[in-house]
Ligand binder design. Structure first.
Ligand code: ADP
Length: 319
């Protein structure tokens, strides 16, 4: 293999730049030419690709987002779109691809391999919802952003004696809510994986006042329901004053944390060495402090659950 390409696709996350940088520099050190595909699969279809040298990935390790750009492409979901994409890669002599993205992007890359392009995926999403890896690139930074917000909201909740509801991202998965909620000392953490009753939440909030708590932090995963509606319900039902903060896309940006930079760099190095060793249709995951190769069909075909131990502990500590 003489030439490979790197692409970021789907939702962006902090650490994508660190992964691109590492992939480019490891490949260059092995004497391989590296191209960067702009704006996800749309750039692959539109032949929007650039040659990358070592300097072109300088000054990006500390930046959130992705300097290659990312996008969502409906055309890529069609066979004709993917054939166009593969024809462009072949025109440039690109034989292998490192794809950094979430579940959708990795699914798309698997289909590319069926058209003759070798691929290795890296799990890049703030949601930490990819099977086969303990952590995804971007998760740690997003959790720290949510935690910082919770810390600040705690100050004002405490001053006014309010119930502060904080809605965090995570799509259909509760990892961000659970982790930030536990680390932020939330009294209640609502995640899609654990059904809850608004009436029981109200009862617990009232009881916690009776126990001497002066204010409450409720972390709500976006997939668990609307924090705004829950806040209105709690006010109507209990008379407790509520305020709601929806953190939104602020969680997708920012300088990647140490953990995310290290994770991205280590996974990317392993992706390049695996590709150069002729492997394909795998994702590099991180399990028990080691990079591991996971069949891509498993990574995109299985659902990653939240850690039930973490959920149990969060509840114990919220007493
Ligand atoms: P993420 O990678 O963050 O999960 P998406 O689910 O939006 O983001 O996927 C990103 C892109 O990957 C889509 O816009 C599409 O081009 C491609 N993709 C997603 N799912 C598929 C699929 N089932 N088949 C082919 N391509 C797909």
């Amino acid at each position: 293999m003489k030439k490979i390409a790197v692409i970021t696709s789907g939702g962006d996350c902090p650490g994508m730049n660190a992964a691109i940088r590492a992939a480019v520099r490891v490949a260059l050190a092995a004497g391989i030419e590296v191209w960067g595909i702009k704006n996800g699969y749309a750039g692959m279809i539109n032949d929007d690709m650039i040659n990358l040298d070592s300097r072109s990935v300088g000054d990006i390790i500390q930046k959130g987002g992705t300097f290659l750009g990312t996008a969502r492409s409906e055309e890529f979901k069609t066979l004709a779109g993917r054939q166009k994409a593969v024809a462009n890669l072949q025109k440039h002599g690109i034989e292998g691809l490192i794809i950094i993205g979430g579940d959708g992007s990795l699914t798309g890359a698997k289909l590319l391999s069926e058209l003759g392009i070798k691929m290795v995926g890296l799990p890049g999403t703030i949601d930490n919802d990819i099977w086969g890896t303990d952590y995804t690139i971007g998760f740690d930074t997003a959790v720290n952003t949510a935690l910082d917000a919770i810390n600040k909201l705690r100050d004002t909740a405490s001053s006014h004696g309010r119930v502060m509801l904080v809605e965090v991202m995570g799509r259909a998965c509760g990892w961000i809510a659970l982790t930030a909620g536990l680390a932020g000392g939330a009294e209640t953490i609502l995640i899609p994986e654990q059904p809850f009753s608004p009436d029981i939440i109200c009862k617990q909030l009232v009881e916690s006042r009776a126990k001497g708590k002066k204010y409450s932090i409720v972390v709500v995963a976006e997939g668990a329901g609307s924090a705004v509606k829950l806040g209105e319900y709690i006010l109507a039902k209990t008379g407790l004053e509520t305020r709601v903060s929806i953190l939104g896309h602020i969680q997708r940006g920012g300088a990647p944390t140490v953990s995310d930079r290290l994770l991205a760099s280590r996974l990317a190095e392993r992706a390049v060495t695996a590709l150069l060793a002729g492997r394909s249709e795998i994702m590099i995951g991180y399990q028990n402090n080691e990079c591991v190769e996971v069949p891509i069909a498993e990574a995109v075909g299985k659902k990653k659950d939240i850690d039930p131990e973490l959920y149990r502990l969060a509840n114990v500590l919220a007493q």
